[in-house]
Ligand binder design. Sequence first.
Ligand code: PEP
Ligand code: MG
Length: 580
Amino acid sequence: MQKLQGIAVSPGVAIGEALVMDNEGFRIPRRFVTRDAVDDELERLEAAVEAAGAEIAHNREAVARELGEKYGAIFEAHLQMLQDSRLRSELHEMIRERHYSPEYAVSRTLRRYAQVFQRLESSYLAERVYDIFDIEKRLLRHLLGRRREGLSHLSSPVLILAHNLTPSETANLDRKFVRGFATEMGGPGSHTAIVAEALEIPAVVGIGPFLAEVSGGDTVIIDGDEGVVVLQPDEETLARYRHEVEEKTTLAARLETLRDLPAVTADGVPVELFGNIEFPYEVEHCLDRGATGIGLYRTEFLYLGSATEPTEDVHYQAYSGVVRAMGDKPVIIRTFDLGADKVPHLRPPEDERNPFLGLRSIRLALRNLPMFRTQLRAILRASVLGKVRVMFPLISTLLELRQAKMVLADVMEDLDEKGVPFDRNLQIGMMVEVPAAVMMIDHFVKEVDFLSIGTNDLVQYTLAVDRSNRDVVSLYNSADPAVLKLLTWAIAAAEGAGKPINLCGQMSGNPIYTMLLLGLGLRRMSVTPSAIPEIKRVCRSVSIDQCRAAAERAMGMENARDIKSFLREEVMRNVPELGL
Ligand code: PEP
Ligand code: MG
């Protein structure tokens, strides 16, 4: 058994069989073979070893010819390792005696070798690990051949263990079979993490290197509450986690009874609790939890899930479905927030040194007007079906906001000319997620109908910490006093101008912050749908006076750690059943 610590990004516990993806998206399977297939499987292994050997010999000769014998010798070492009689007899034994598939036998044996090398003191020998992985990959390539599929064609429940998953890979995971995932890379605010919440599967990211220690088919536990991954758990650990899953189910069932009760504080102050969605199917998740609207529809996932740019009709179908399903409840559609870590298939990543500071979001929209206009047309067409609002992401300057509004006005004019109906009083809002927007908030509030604070980005840009980088995860903190000051200013300015302000970053879905946010004057939160019951529970358990007192104490503190532990205690004192 091995316990690994990573970053918890999507709650819940999943127990199951590992599907391991290596850096190149190789799927490393465990499959037992039947007794009567053993001879065929041994033949398959031999054919793969022979083909891999021929390939390496060819490389050795080509490199020796071009660069000299010395370089060719690198491949000689690979060849010797591949043809080592001990390795061969181990592989044969695994297939013949234990009925492992050749793929699993190769992966398991070579990974065990790699671990031995990794533990050696000599850095020269530790480096040889890459040679071992190279041989593993070569053999797998030959063994899997056309079956080298990535995450497609799953047929049984799995937990995905991968080096990294991009937001679009995550968005395309097969929801029927993927029960959780854990990655070596990734940070707490990455969009991969956000998608995991949308899929409502436990996820842990930023674990660091661990894939060498695990093989496909191993039993694994992913604890998305504590950020822990357990490889090959013992019986006692399995029993403990199974018990935890049962307790969680009981708490969820208890909270379900809140579904039709209003989100109102103990002293009767109403709070608007909206849901965040990335995919239309999540409307169900929102309605099931009693959301009173969609506070953030991240439409960029329409682009991430497809190999071509979505047409106006594809947009319209998605939006009209969501709007109709929500009936008279508001739906805030955010125009596409592509770029940075959300890169669609249709556009190869730009060579950007700092993609989060680069051509992303509204900047990208304003440089790709036809694409932007296509989306706006579809939003406007859907606006007659319900209570649609439009929101622009990552606004940093007034000029940017005005440009976006001008494009919208222009599209409206176009529709008018063509006689296409749309809501003339469509409310227009902006995300407040760049510190510059907070600095200029007094101006912004005059030019929009509503605002929504995006703390995921606001934290990143305020503290200069990449939200998706595991190396700086300890510095990424929503409870930082600098962030809290910006929130205070934004909320006060909106209140002063009589404009509704929402908070739709991950912060609002964390019950630790609910009292603080209410105390700062926030009355609208938009959260990942699964978090709605917990947040509602906190709202209904506390009074605004208590929240104001807690916020005042927190604002007097100097660092995030003190603030966070104080807030945790406050929530625990008032709502112990959450077990924070
Ligand atoms: C945010 O930045 O807080 C936000 C809600 O937007 P996204 O996470 O999509 O960047
Ligand atoms: Mg954002």
